[in-house]
Design a protein around this ligand. Structure first.
Ligand code: IPE
Ligand code: IPE
Ligand code: MG
Length: 250
């Protein structure tokens, strides 16, 4: 029987939420606006989702902002997205700092201009000791690229074959030290992972919503967390509720 939704506070809050912020383009097109207007609206939405995460006491938030595949978009859009990254740092950094947010970057900075690269590194450095919310921004991030870079790192360090295990690989990923995401949310109705956290998300719970990213607000996040709190994570084991009869274990 369906339980009534608790719309005040989520019961079991995930430690790490990761979001594929998708649907900016369609949000704009559906309003007769250019795609960039959707990206701008998506940026505005960051503030309220970050605030909601702080309120819900989520410790880690990872946001997929630009994938290694997104370079294939029209030049104008790519340039616009790079500009948005710069604007967000310029406009939001102080407030993020004041809120106790620690900013981190996952992905590769080498394709960015030295100016933008420095800006990102300075933002990371400035917020290094904050610990209310760890915010990983995945910009020029790809899960396969991350694994290739981990393999390179291990070879460069002369790691011995017999020392390679899952724990060690995790240490060579961009997310070293960050717990795996408990919940991965994708907005906009697409049902795929698009090269996001393919290693770390091996046992994440997924939540899909048809809401476009600019409209994904605190209530939407609350709904996702409530659904998460009702799931049983088994990690390959058997159901806690099966009482040994095997009926409900599937
Ligand atoms: C997500 O929105 C933002 C980025 C990928 C940078 P999209 O731009 O993918 O929006 P849709 O999927 O075209 O609607
Ligand atoms: C995934 O969205 C990347 C980001 C949200 C940054 P895309 O819109 O690029 O993914 P596909 O092309 O639909 O798989
Ligand atoms: Mg998209």
């Amino acid at each position: 029987m369906a339980q009534p939704l608790n719309l005040t506070l989520p019961e079991k809050v995930p430690t790490h939420v990761a979001i594929i912020m998708d649907g900016n383009g369609r949000w704009a097109i559906s309003r007769g606006l250019p795609r960039m207007a959707g990206h701008r609206a998506g940026t505005e939405n960051l503030r309220r989702v970050i605030e909601a995460c702080i309120e819900f006491k989520i410790r880690y938030l990872t946001l997929y902002a630009f994938s290694t595949e997104n370079w294939g978009r029209p030049q104008e859009e790519v340039q616009g997205l790079l500009r948005i990254l710069e604007d967000v740092i310029d406009r939001e950094l102080q407030q993020l700092f004041d809120q106790g947010v620690q900013l981190r970057h996952i992905g590769r900075l080498d394709r960015l201009t030295p100016h933008l690269r420095n800006k990102v590194m300075q933002a990371v450095e400035l917020t290094r000791t904050n610990d209310r919310l760890i915010l990983n921004v995945a910009f020029n991030y790809g899960g396969r690229d991350e694994i290739v870079s981990a393999i390179r790192g291990m070879l460069q360090d002369g790691v011995k074959v017999e020392d390679i295990d899952e724990k060690l690989v995790s240490k060579y990923l961009y997310t070293a030290g960050v717990p795996d995401p408990d919940l991965i949310i994708r907005t906009s109705g697409e049902l795929r992972g698009s090269n996001f956290l393919i290693w770390q998300g091996a046992y994440s719970e997924w939540y899909f919503t048809s809401t476009y990213w600019p409209d994904f607000d605190k209530e939407e996040l609350r709904k996702a967390i409530i659904e998460y709190s009702r799931r049983e994570r088994r990690f390959g084991g058997v159901s806690q509720n099966s009482e040994g009869n095997g009926i409900n274990a599937g």
